[in-house]
Each structure stands twice: as C-alpha cells, then as structure tokens.
Design a protein. Structure first.
Length: 438
C-alpha cells in the first residue's frame, strides 16, 4: 500500500523510525560518540521528530511510504521546489527489507501518482559509491544529469554525489518520458562506467577466479555481482552461476566478467577437477592413493589415504573450520578452545615436517609459528581424533584453519558424517569437486 503523509497525523512514528534505523545508529555514533548507543540513538530520533514538525509546515512537503503486511518497508521525502518540480531525499528501506525491490516499488508508485497531475520533474542526489541506489534510480527511469549533485533546497553542490533527474512531459503534447535506464552490455569501457565506482580494482585486479554454480551461504547472507549488483541465488530471476574469488567472498556475473576480464587481467582456473558421480567413486580414488580436497559452502574437507605397507586400508577425513587470527585463542576445535589446548600442554608445533615437535606455550607463539609456514597439532577426544591448526594459503587467501581429523575405514567413508552431512549426501549435491594430489 502506498501512503502519503502531508503531516504527522496518522503516521506511526515507531514504524516510520524503524525504516531509518541504520541511519539513526550511524548519526548516533557520529554526533554522540561518548554516550551509550541506545541513549544516543534515542536523542537522534527525538531530533528527527522535531525536524518532521518543521518539514511538514512547509507547503508542498510530504513523505511517501510503502507499507506491506502492516510494516513500513520504504520511505522517501518529497519537497516542492516550484510547481511541477520536486526534490527527492531520504530514500531508505528497513534493514530487514532490503534487496527485495521495495525502494523501486515505492518510487514507481510515487511517479505514477505524480503523473495524474500532469508534467513534472524530480531531482535527487545519490552517493556515487552507492551502487544499489544508483541502479534503483536507473531502474525507475532516472538518469544522471550532472557529475555533482545539486541541493535545490539549501543551495550548493556535492561533488561526491550524482545529480539524478526524472522528467515526465505529459501525454497531451506527445512528448516522451526520460529514456529508460541503460542496460549494461559488452561495450567499450570508459571512466564514466558507474559499475567501477566501488573501488573493485583494489581487491579484484589480477585475481584468479573460479567459474562455478552458486550455492547459498549457510548463514543466509546474500551474494551479488561486485560490479552490477545482480543477485546470485537459486530462485527464478537470480543468477545461478558466475565467477568468484578463491574465498567466495566476491562474485562476478558473466556479463561483467566479459566486460572487465581484460581490464582486470583475470585468469580463470577450471574448478580443479570434476564432480564425483558417487561416494564410491571417491573411495575408489582414495584406495588408489589419491588425496582429495573438497570445498563445500566455504568449509574445507580433506580425505587422505592411510597406507599399511603399500596397501591403502583406511583414510583420514579432516574438516576445516576457518577463523581469523584475532579469534584464534577462542576458536572451538571439537569442544575445546585453542587456548585450552595450549594450557593443557597437548598442542605441539613443528616449523617443518623434519623438525622435532615442540610444545606450544602461548597463542602469540602459535601465531608466529603459523606465520612462518609451520603447523601445530593436538590430540584430543576419542576415536582417533587429531586436531590440526594450520595456515590455509589458497591463492593468496590467508586463513587460519582448524582441522579435525578422524581415522575412517574405506568402507565407512560414504556414510561418515562431516558437519552433520554424510559424504555420500555431499557428493550427491553434484557441486563438490576434487583435486587429486596423486
């Protein structure tokens, strides 16, 4: 439902303020850094309410709000500069309602209402690095008309923002509306390409990329193209495959990959092997001495053959949980933290395979060892568990990984559970790939 408010009457202030929750928090941290956050946010919201009273006193000023299922989803502020000329501000969406098209639905609804009164134009300023907002404006028919945004209410220009305009000339004189937004295609690139405004060269230049099908993250976080902001997912209308960095932190759609592969100097590696047809095929490869590495939803799995003389009789199955150095001491490895393992005296390190094992005495020492390409192990638990703390340097991605190893008979591998999932179920997913080291 599209709601229009020309006064605070009927406006549910709590639901309204929830839309601007993130901005209120940011303003609280900036203007009241010494105060407790909840109290600071309350002050910001009180100031905002005072502003609303002043805003609604100005002729031609209103808020438009999109309501869905009783919840205010998106809002924008519209001020009349002169007859038929409006200035749009404060377009925002509730944090838990973003990336669902509510902002575009709101703007298109407002545009539809304004058309009923005849010709008009709307101007707006958008931060140059706010790619989602830039794309939303273009989707709704706005176009960039100036490199610096112009504040039509207070005066002055903003070099860090684009000036956007939507113009409707009406039906009577036969004039057309503003042209539709540009659809990105494989084209000659120039400095004005808005997809390059997020500083991608700092973290994607000359990277090795992997082309793969997309699988959602366990934590439910979204992945979008680092350039055009297209969403990856499994639903209809979403991107089902693309190119990603080694740690899967950055994804690129096929269209943007084609546009920028030469500019960014990307190299694409085949996904290190092929899919397994079955868990039995994996067992067969291990039985012949193959070392398997699986990367599934960001988790690292290793299956290593164990030899009795020259015959493979069992395997070591390892599950790796990555954690950053700053959280090393508290990292939980099968029920015990790294700090507890060190304190118990059960963790030892080696600077290389030939060096004699030495007891780890502190987290700082462990960090030094790992930084020097060493590794550490700790016996813990029953049934042959061994813990390994190592550095995973995968194409420049430095991550400390806690590996939990268990000895498993070859015949038991298909039904062995890792992180609650059987090996055969992971294989059946058909997206798991392997890299044989032998």
């Amino acid at each position: 439902m599209l709601l229009k408010f020309e006064s605070a009457e009927g406006l549910d202030l709590r639901k309204f303020l929830d839309i601007y929750e993130e901005s209120s928090r940011e303003n609280a941290e900036e203007f009241y850094p010494q105060e407790e956050l909840t109290a600071a946010v309350k002050k910001v919201e009180e100031s905002f309410c005072e502003f609303l009273e002043e805003f609604f006193r100005k002729p031609g000023s209103c808020y438009w709000i999109l309501e869905k299922n009783g919840v205010y989803r998106s809002a924008l502020r519209l001020s009349t500069v002169e007859e038929g000329f409006y200035y749009l501000e404060a377009l925002e969406t509730r944090p838990d309602s973003r990336r669902k098209g509510f902002a575009a639905e709101l703007m298109l609804g407002v545009i539809g209402e304004l058309k009923k009164a005849g010709p008009f134009r709307i101007c707006d300023c958008v931060l140059k690095d706010n790619i989602p907002s830039v794309r939303t404006h273009e989707k709704c028919g706005f176009r960039i008309v100036s490199e610096a945004g112009e504040d039509y209410l207070c005066g002055g220009t903003k070099d860090w923002e684009y000036g956007f305009e939507y113009r409707y000339n009406g039906e009577a004189d036969g004039a057309e509306e503003a042209p539709p937004p540009v659809t990105f295609s494989k084209q000659a690139l120039d400095e004005d390409d808005i997809r390059l405004l997020a500083g991608q060269e700092e973290y994607l230049k000359f990277k090795h990329l992997h082309k793969k099908k997309y699988r959602p993250r366990f934590d439910g976080a979204e992945d979008r193209c680092a350039f055009c902001w297209a969403k990856f997912g499994e639903s209809e209308g979403e991107l089902h495959e693309g190119y990603c960095s080694a740690d899967e932190a950055h994804w690129i759609c096929g269209l943007c990959f084609d546009c920028y592969k030469d500019k960014f100097g990307w190299q694409v590696e085949d996904e290190t092997g092929r899919s397994f047809a079955s868990a039995e095929e994996l067992v067969d490869l291990v039985s012949r001495g193959g070392e398997i590495e699986l990367r599934y939803h960001g988790i690292l799995y290793n299956v290593l053959p164990m030899f009795t003389r020259e015959t493979v009789t069992s395997a070591k199955v390892g599950v790796g949980r990555p954690f950053g150095p700053e959280r090393l001491a508290a990292a939980d490895l099968d029920g015990k933290t790294v700090a507890e393992l060190i304190e118990s005296g059960s963790m030892v390190f080696q600077l290389n395979r030939e060096a004699p094992p030495q007891r780890v005495t502190s987290v700082e020492q462990l960090l030094f060892v790992l930084g020097a390409d060493g590794f550490a192990t700790a016996d813990h638990g029953e049934d042959g568990y061994t813990l390994l703390v190592r550095v995973d340097d995968y194409e420049g991605m430095i991550t400390i990984v806690g590996m939990i190893w268990k000895d498993v008979m070859l015949s038991d591998i298909p039904d062995f559970k890792v992180n609650g999932s059987r090996i055969r179920d992971i294989i059946a997913d058909s997206e798991v790939l392997f890299r044989p080291d032998k």
